[in-house]
Design a protein around this ligand. Structure first.
Ligand code: HMG
Ligand code: MG
Length: 301
């Protein structure tokens, strides 16, 4: 299949990138990061998560983050929502898009959301119905599609099952997530092709953590399957608190470099994106994990 001419970058840095930080990141810094990301041309910025603050303390300032964003026309700020309590809070905060997040294995579902796969899906169905009735878009993420920290190999049929249920409840997009970054290109292709038998490939997105350095090749494999929406995290920040050892998402700068090189349009400006990454790395006191940001900065120096 020919590669897509355009791709959508779904920035998850402010949520997936920061949710795992051990010390609180100031709310003002999260808001400033979102402003810099939107100024760089990103149109989909996952801003925060309306999850239990007992489970993920770093996202406890969700309402303050949403209230502080200077919303830019054309930009959507999706938020993670695990249940009706989260949806109610997200609606009160003015969310236009919510993300429900299921898993392809029972062990991960239990660790991440304290329920079975089917119990989670039942909660999401209630969330989706209420959200869609209010004109709020719902996206469905599926964790551990390419490997599970507790169960190892994952059967693509398990991913397909969850994808079909998320689709039936009205999710506009289904995200195949490699939570621990163990996937390789062949497995990525197999899972995407299995899901694409049931859901149009234009409605499938990819979310690849880069723990094993495979994310860019997985993205290329997904592009070859026709996928054109990719989650990424500026400066490669992040990890999942319930997937020990998993590092951040693939760096947005690195994905942009790949897409720019392939002539695939994104509307994102590399210089401003790298500056946004520098900003948050400065706040965290940590160097960027983006190879591209490091290389471009070294060349400029
Ligand atoms: P639970 O403990 O079974 O739920 O957690 P509960 O209903 O018994 O509630 C426990 C307490 O939390 C109660 O408070 C609730 O009110 C409160 P208490 O009465 O004890 O004071 N609570 C909430 N508070 C605020 N907002 C809410 C909410 N819900 C309950 N929405 C629950 C179940 C699902 C809530 C919990 O497990 C949870 O919040 N899990 C989220 C975990 C999480 O955020 N993980 C990281 C994000 S997922 C991820 O990173 C993967 C992804 O990137 C894709 C990939 O890479 O794979 C998306
Ligand atoms: Mg993730």
């Amino acid at each position: 299949m020919a590669l897509p001419k355009k791709a959508r970058l779904f920035e998850v840095g402010p949520r997936d990138g920061l949710q795992n930080e051990a010390t609180p990141v100031p709310t003002a810094a999260k808001i400033e990061l979102i402003h810099r990301l939107q100024d760089a041309g990103l149109r989909l910025i996952e801003a925060t998560a309306f999850v239990s603050p007992k489970w993920v303390p770093q996202m406890a300032d969700n309402a303050e983050v949403m209230a502080g964003i200077r919303r830019k026309p054309g930009v959507i700020y999706p938020v993670l929502v695990p249940n009706m309590k989260g949806l109610d809070a997200a609606i009160a905060a003015g969310a236009e898009e919510v993300v429900v997040f299921g898993a392809a294995t029972e062990s991960f579902s239990k660790r991440n959301t304290n329920c079975t796969i089917d119990e989670g899906l039942a909660r999401f169905a209630e969330v989706a119905q209420a959200a869609i009735a209010k004109g709020i878009r719902v996206r469905g993420d599926i964790s551990v599609c390419l490997g599970c920290p507790y169960e190892g190999e994952v059967d693509p049929a398990a991913v397909v099952h969850v994808a079909k249920v998320l689709d039936a409840m009205g999710c506009y997009e289904i995200t195949v997530c490699d939570t621990i970054g163990t996937g390789t290109a062949g497995k990525t292709r197999t899972v995407i092709e299995a899901v694409a038998k049931h859901i149009p490939v234009e409605r499938i997105a990819g979310h690849f953590h880069d723990t094993y350095g495979q994310a860019l090749t997985n993205i290329y494999a997904a592009l070859e399957c026709g996928v054109a929406t990719f989650d990424s995290s500026v400066a490669g920040l992040g990890g999942c608190p319930y997937a020990k050892g998993a590092t951040g998402n693939v760096a947005t700068e690195d994905v942009l470099y790949l897409l720019d090189g392939l002539g695939i349009e994104t509307g994102v400006d590399m210089t401003k994106l790298i500056a946004a990454g520098d900003y948050i790395c400065g706040v965290l006191g940590r160097p960027t994990l983006s190879r591209v940001a490091r290389a471009i900065r070294a060349r400029a120096a």
